[in-house]
Design a protein around this ligand. Structure first.
Ligand SMILES: [Zn+2]
Length: 245
């Protein structure tokens, strides 16, 4: 009698294991969404499904790696990328992207005119800087500033070498390339309107861990309206937008 019972229990257990395994194998091969909808109760199976879903998600958010073109500049989905990680070749100049440079000039002029109509005037403090000039700027800062890398780019890593970055200011010299620019009417206008012309705030607040730079309310980058409309909140970096490596 005892032996019979043990046999019975053994059979039932064995059967359950086979049943559970076959359900698992069956579910594994099916669409994840279908499995979720059926509310699978086996906790170990749910864990497995979660694992697969997580893996799938990881694949979707795989970071993008910009590629270097023959002119010596990194691009991702057709947009020029210059940051701490991706630099330009020493001989790269704005002329290597003349068409885009001219497009940016026209966009800026239109923006400047429209701002003036609203009674706001600003001008370009700094736009194109060659590799050599950037080298000079960086080395000069480095002499007496330990935190040089939080506000000045190493040669080859400045967006200004593309000619697509614009440092803007009004008449007040004190707000030129200075945090104080945030308090100006020019900044308010730009935050509200720059995206309409294809410009983005390149170094937003509290993004130093991503861009490597402190907040730069004066630095705008021309990216074209397709992207600038997506980034009009002025809180998302280009690195986050493209999910860069
Ligand atoms: Zn700048």
């Amino acid at each position: 009698m005892r032996i019979k019972n043990i046999k019975k229990v053994g059979m039932i257990t064995g059967f359950s294991i086979i049943l559970a395994s076959s359900i698992f194998v069956f579910n594994e091969s099916r669409n994840i969404a279908d499995v979720s909808n059926e509310k699978v109760v086996y906790s170990d199976i749910s864990e497995q499904v979660k694992g697969v879903q997580h893996e799938k998600k990881q694949k979707e958010v795989k970071k993008k790696k910009p590629s270097k073109n023959e002119k010596g500049a990194y691009n991702v989905s057709g947009t020029l990328i210059v940051n701490k990680k991706y630099g330009l070749d020493e001989d790269y100049t704005y002329e290597d992207n003349q068409e885009l440079y001219d497009e940016a000039t026209a966009a800026f002029e239109k923006m400047q005119q429209d701002a003036e109509k609203d009674g706001v005037w600003f001008h370009i403090v700094s736009r194109y800087r060659s590799y050599a000039v950037q080298n000079w700027v960086y080395e000069n800062y480095k002499k007496d500033r330990e935190d040089v890398d939080t506000f000045s780019a190493q040669p080859g890593h400045s967006e200004h070498q593309t000619g697509l970055a614009f440092d803007l200011n009004g008449e007040d010299q004190e707000t030129s390339s200075n945090e104080k620019f945030e308090g100006t009417e020019q900044y308010k206008w730009l935050r509200k309107n720059a995206y309409k012309y294809g410009f983005i705030l390149r170094y937003p607040k509290d993004k130093k861990d991503i861009t490597g730079y402190k907040f730069e309310p004066w630095h705008y980058r021309y990216v074209g309206t397709d992207i600038s409309y997506d980034l009009k909140d002025g809180e998302t970096t280009l690195e986050e937008y493209f999910n860069l490596e």
